[in-house]
Write a protein that binds this ligand. Structure first.
Ligand SMILES: Nc1ncnc2c1ncn2[C@@H]1O[C@H](COP(=O)(O)OP(=O)(O)O)[C@@H](O)[C@H]1O
Ligand SMILES: [Mg+2]
Length: 456
């Protein structure tokens, strides 16, 4: 049963009608006391609660009710309804344990999606605290591309298998190279939207001026260079999943626009006044600390709460040394297949690899294995092979050693491309540092990735 709490009878009536039509049982309450009575009777699976009831606009009473519900019925999810102006209140509510919030005026679709997601997540909560084994996980979902048995990783995969089928927004955090893209893919592959589009957008690579056109599309003539219609990323992702990578790099103007589409699931194509609606599941990722960015004012708190219903944190490789041999063998196998030869790594080398700090995480390990396989012709790779290859991975602070190629041997484009690739290796794919080293903005760097077909 879903309990709808609002002192405005027109709201409770219309919501309970909507929910009944969607197949849910409902009850309504006009005050906090009435709501608590319903909860005490039991059988309540979800509460849809107005924050500003009793004509009190401070939201105090709503907040108290929420706190009491969370204290006494912690497992019952609460969705808050707040007025547009009181986002601050919704954010406080989320901190106090609310599952989600919808702002007034809402659409029926929004309410139903929020209810479905909250109920789905509640049903997916594990009943035991026992850590699941890798074997069990592999039975539950498709995690074939994700190697590892580290407890922190298994915990992440367990949450992935639980939340993948829901439409809940997921934020993936972790240092560069820890596998955020892989996890986003796994969420998609194990979701009910797996046959629909998966659209990845690198928000660090989109300049503020191009944001609208890139994300929402434009019609021919919308601005000087708009020679033909362009389909935006949200339209491409409609019905499927959108993966917002490097979300911490999004400029404030983009944050507002993104908030609107995530909140209302509507947007306008540039140059057209028609409002379109979109149905997407949102996955985002960042290697930055969004809470810190919120504190410093660089990231909107309300946007954060739209993204982080579920947070998955990937540990750095140095915190999961047990997985290093598994990963190393996995990458060696890949290299063996690519170069059509037999390839193994000896035991001493595997232990030695476990002692390295891996600032570039799994990406760096993969590059090292591939480079070593290229440089050494032996069938069994040993510590010497790896340390030789590692010393070729340019150290930081080392001055540019190679002379410029002889005139006529390389075009400027080729030179530029190879410089970018070298910088990517030196800084283990850390985009900010690569951009800095090349004297480019991040956006300019991403444009060059696209131009030269380099995968960041
Ligand atoms: N658990 C894993 N098992 C095997 N390969 C992995 C794993 N995690 C990451 N990788 C590989 O490491 C590289 C970097 O991973 P990626 O997901 O792009 O990291 P991030 O997005 O966090 O920078 C990719 O080549 C990816 O395929
Ligand atoms: Mg990534």
């Amino acid at each position: 049963m879903i309990l709808v709490v609002d002192d405005d009878i027109s709201v409770t009536t219309s919501l309970s009608l909507l929910l009944k039509q969607a197949g849910y049982q409902t009850a309504t309450a006009a005050s906090a006391a009435e709501a608590l009575e319903w909860l005490e009777r039991g059988g309540c699976e979800l509460v849809l609660q107005d924050m500003n009831f009793s004509r009190q606009t401070t939201g105090e009473e709503g907040m108290e009710l929420l706190q009491e519900i969370k204290q006494r019925w912690a497992s019952v999810p609460v969705i808050l309804m707040t007025a547009w102006g009181s986002i601050e209140l919704a954010v406080q509510g989320i901190k106090a344990g609310a599952a989600d919030f919808v702002t007034k005026p809402w659409t029926n679709k929004q309410i139903l999606q929020a209810v479905k997601t909250a109920l789905g997540l509640a049903a997916a909560t594990p009943s035991t605290e026992r850590t699941i084994t890798r074997k069990e996980l592999d039975c539950q979902g498709d995690f074939a591309n994700i190697i590892g048995t580290d407890p922190q990783l298994l915990k992440v995969l367990e949450v992935v298998s639980r939340v993948a089928p829901t439409d809940a927004s997921v934020l993936i955090t972790g240092e560069s190279g820890t596998g955020k893209d892989e996890i986003a893919q796994a969420l998609f592959r194990n979701s009910s939207r797996r046959d629909q589009p998966f659209v990845k957008v690198n928000l660090g690579g989109i300049s503020s001026t191009l944001f609208d056109s890139e994300m929402f599309g434009h019609v021919k003539g919308a601005f000087t260079d708009a020679r033909q219609d362009r389909t935006g990323r949200f339209a491409l992702a409609d019905g499927g999943t959108i993966f917002l990578d490097e979300i911490g790099d999004l400029a404030p103007s983009g944050q507002v626009k993104l908030l609107r589409v995530l909140q209302d699931r509507t947007y306008e194509v540039l140059g057209s006044s028609k409002t379109r609606s979109v149905d997407v599941r949102v996955i985002s990722a960042t290697n930055q600390n969004l809470l810190e960015l919120v504190e410093s004012g660089a990231f909107r708190e309300d946007l954060l709460y739209r993204l982080n219903l579920i947070v998955l944190h990937l540990p750095p490789l140095r915190q999961r040394p047990e997985d290093i041999p598994l990963l190393a063998r996995h990458f060696a196998l890949g290299a063996a297949q690519a170069y059509r030869r037999d390839l193994e790594i000896d035991a001493a080398a595997l232990s030695w690899l476990q002692t390295l700090p891996w600032p570039g995480n799994i990406r760096q390990l993969k590059q090292l294995i591939e480079r070593t396989a290229l440089m050494s012709s032996s069938r069994i790779l040993g510590t010497d092979d790896f340390s030789a290859a590692l010393s070729m991975q340019p150290e930081e602070g080392q001055s540019g050693s190679s002379d410029l190629p002889a005139p006529g041997t390389m075009t400027l484009d080729e030179l530029e491309r190879s410089m970018i690739v070298q910088c990517m290796e030196r800084y283990q794919g850390n985009i900010s540092r690569v951009a800095q080293a090349l004297g480019l903005s991040r956006a300019a760097l991403y444009r060059r990735f696209e131009k030269y077909g380099i995968a960041p």
